[in-house]
Design a protein around this ligand. Structure first.
Ligand code: PLP
Length: 362
């Protein structure tokens, strides 16, 4: 079986280095908010091209913390793509804000910038962009809208560590960005982890306090905060893996190029990119009308696949208030998409086999 993602093999490549750093944390006797966090935060901020990075417990918290730090809440609207992972929307509703959903572009799967302006009202506070499946959202029109209507741009960069829009990396394209280091992401920890990146000093300080009970100084609480910290072991692991992120992403890109050039089956629609560095291929998502049969066929031929995602947020049971809405493109995407294996540890034989099997689907 060609696994969808072999996390053991991914991490085995750096095993000695990771073990040495974990030993260091163990021996230091200091397990939260210490040297490892400072190191990783400074390296990750430099990587993204931002002045600040604040570690936190996971990607959902990173987004929750940004919205909370801006003080957005009940009565405020945040524009977001209808086609995203549920966490993007949970971060909005957890703060009491209303998500205003916008259809994606069918070929890139990202929010369609041309449809945003019609959704802006006097309650709109922010546009949350999601760089879905690893591809940076085209930002020009969104920057112009944010300026025109005085809105914040919040990035959900959980799937796109390292992707570029023109010469800037995701994480530096808006006012603040949330990252996830869930083990399966392009930069993944050995457990949960997350971070916020921003150039806004005041926001960075507020988020740092909010993530630590609302406190800058022990036992003095200026905000009603959360407990959302990146632990020292995960920060150390991430600091090791960050050094290899660009080469891992390059390998993903090589596989994606091979798929794009060699998968030739009229039943399969391939994903599109608009520039060479815009996509870090967290997922390689194709569309097939007869998806269930395709998935069974791949499984029978030894290829594991996953659907990201089978049900859009507005059709989830937890969002009854949204289920009356209809987003035709989003619904089409959710009914046709399927992710085929892509990862920095796939062998040439595996990559070739995927292409052959996919091309033989009738
Ligand atoms: C993974 C993911 C998140 C949430 O990250 P966690 O660390 O699992 O909380 C948010 N948004 C998107 C688009 C994701 O893929």
């Amino acid at each position: 079986m060609i696994p969808f993602l072999d996390l053991k093999a991914i991490n085995a490549r750096y095993k000695d280095e990771i073990k040495a750093r974990i030993d260091g944390v163990l021996d230091s006797g200091w397990y939260l908010l210490g040297e490892q966090n400072r190191k990783f935060e400074s390296n990750f901020a430099a990587y993204c091209g931002t002045r600040y990075c604040i570690g936190c417990a996971n990607g959902l918290d990173a987004l929750r913390l940004i919205i909370k730090a801006y003080g957005f809440g009940k009565g405020d609207e945040i524009i977001a793509p209808a086609n995203t992972y549920i966490a993007s929307i949970l971060a909005i509703t957890d703060n009491g804000c209303s998500p205003v959903l916008v259809e994606p572009d069918l070929d890139t799967y990202n929010i369609n910038p041309d449809l945003i302006e019609a959704k802006i009202t006097d309650k709109t506070k922010a546009i949350l962009v999601v760089h879905l499946y690893g591809q940076a959202v085209k930002m020009d029109k969104i920057w112009a809208l944010a300026k025109k209507y005085n809105l914040k741009i919040i990035e959900d960069s959980a799937q796109a560590h390292g992707a570029y829009y023109n010469d800037k990396r995701v994480g530096s394209l808006g006012d603040a960005s949330g990252f996830s280091f869930y083990p399966g992401k392009n930069l993944g920890a050995l457990g949960d982890g997350g971070a916020v990146t921003t150039n806004d000093e005041e926001l960075a300080q507020k988020i740092r306090a909010l993530a630590n009970y609302g406190s800058h100084k022990k036992y003095e609480n200026i905000y009603q905060g959360l407990n959302s910290r990146l632990d020292e072991i995960q920060a150390a692991v991430l600091d090791v893996k960050l050094k290899y992120l660009d080469s891992d992403n390059a390998k993903r890109k090589e596989i994606a190029q091979y798929y794009l050039q060699n998968i030739k089956n009229p039943l399969i629609s391939l994903p599109q990119t608009y520039s060479e560095n815009s996509h870090v291929w967290h997922l390689f998502v194709v569309r097939v009308k007869d998806r269930a049969r395709f998935q069974n066929y791949l499984n029978d031929n030894g290829i594991q696949t996953i659907i990201h995602y089978p049900i859009p947020p507005h059709k989830q049971e937890c969002y009854k208030e949204l289920t009356h809405l209809s987003f035709k493109i989003t619904e089409q995407i959710h009914s046709e998409i399927i992710s085929i294996p892509i990862s920095p540890v796939m062998s040439d034989n595996e990559i070739q086999k995927v292409v052959e099997v996919v091309n033989e689907f009738k």
